[in-house]
Design a protein. Structure first.
Length: 297
């Protein structure tokens, strides 16, 4: 495709968020000061990572968000004990219940988006690709959760990850096929430029393929550093987002060695940026400048 021949239909006017894993290992009340920090940096929202729904004080969190004057989205995932790919019906049922709890938290915090690895367990590799049985089990379970979430006005966006982290959905084409199989209006796609840099041929075509199914975007550099300092082709990213009239969240997600638990999980062994704050502030400044290149046509 000759990108120069593609014109933007509209300005993006997206909302910009920052993932709290940049500053915390686990979400709790200690994260509340970062709501105001993110707001002061110019972000519209924070992405709240939920690993244990029972540990989230929804009322306090909602008040803290309101006090900071900032919105939120929710990121979540599954593990081997609640994997909806599992051959065990009991395990799958635990996964469905976990996903419904994420939906409840999202609705109660005023968020309409739960995004992440919602189709199976993150970090579980089995030495092969997905099977049809796994596909059918995951689709059926996810469909049930989507129908539940419709009653709470919450969308669920599945994130394809690189082949070294998951084996079930690795490309945008995988995610498109999955969302079409689920066939519910609130089933969406979550694209992450870090993973796209590994698995896709370019950044523009996958965004166009996702189209109106695209519900959430993680803006990450190829080395998880400051957006704009690496190999990600941000012109392709924003040209695609502009072309599909994307107006949802673009969230900076990164990890730093100071967050020991997350650094271990995401293999961040070296200093990839001057600081967590630099990733957030400099990254946001860069993304907003790139957006200016795609004005109302």
């Amino acid at each position: 495709m000759e990108y120069s021949k593609v014109t933007s239909r509209c300005c993006i006017l997206a909302k910009y968020g920052v993932h709290l894993f940049l500053w915390i290992d686990r979400f709790g009340e200690k994260a509340y000061p970062f709501f105001e920090k993110a707001k002061s940096m110019g972000f519209d929202g924070v992405e709240i990572p939920i690993t244990n729904p029972s540990k989230v004080n929804v009322n306090k969190t909602r008040r803290a968000l309101e006090n900071a004057g900032i919105s939120c989205t929710i990121s979540a995932g599954l593990n081997p004990k609640n994997n909806i790919l599992s051959a065990s019906k009991t395990t799958r049922m635990k996964g469905v219940e976990s996903l419904k709890k994420y939906v409840d938290i999202s609705a109660e915090l005023g968020s309409d988006m739960v995004a992440g690895v919602l189709y199976g367990a993150w970090g579980v590799l089995v030495g092969r690709g997905r099977t049809q049985q796994e596909w059918d089990r995951s689709v059926a379970a996810f469909k049930e959760v989507c129908r539940y979430a419709q009653g709470r006005s919450v969308n669920l966006a599945v994130e394809p990850l690189n082949r070294f982290e998951v084996y079930f959905l690795n490309t945008t084409s995988d995610a498109v096929k999955y969302v079409k199989a689920v066939n519910e209006p609130n089933a969406k796609i979550h694209l992450d430029t870090f993973h796209m840099n590994i698995e896709e041929k370019n950044f523009y075509d996958p965004i166009i393929e996702a189209g109106d199914m695209l519900g959430h975007v993680h803006a990450c550099e190829n080395d998880r550093g400051v957006p704009g300092t690496g190999n990600v082709n941000w012109d392709e990213v924003y040209r695609g987002l502009s072309q599909i009239n994307y107006k949802r969240w673009i969230t900076i997600e990164s990890f730093v060695p100071d967050m020991k638990e997350m650094a271990a999980m995401t293999a961040i062994w070296r200093q990839i940026a001057p600081s967590a704050d630099a990733i957030a502030e400099d990254g946001l400044r860069f993304l907003k400048e790139i957006e200016k290149k795609y004005p109302l046509a």
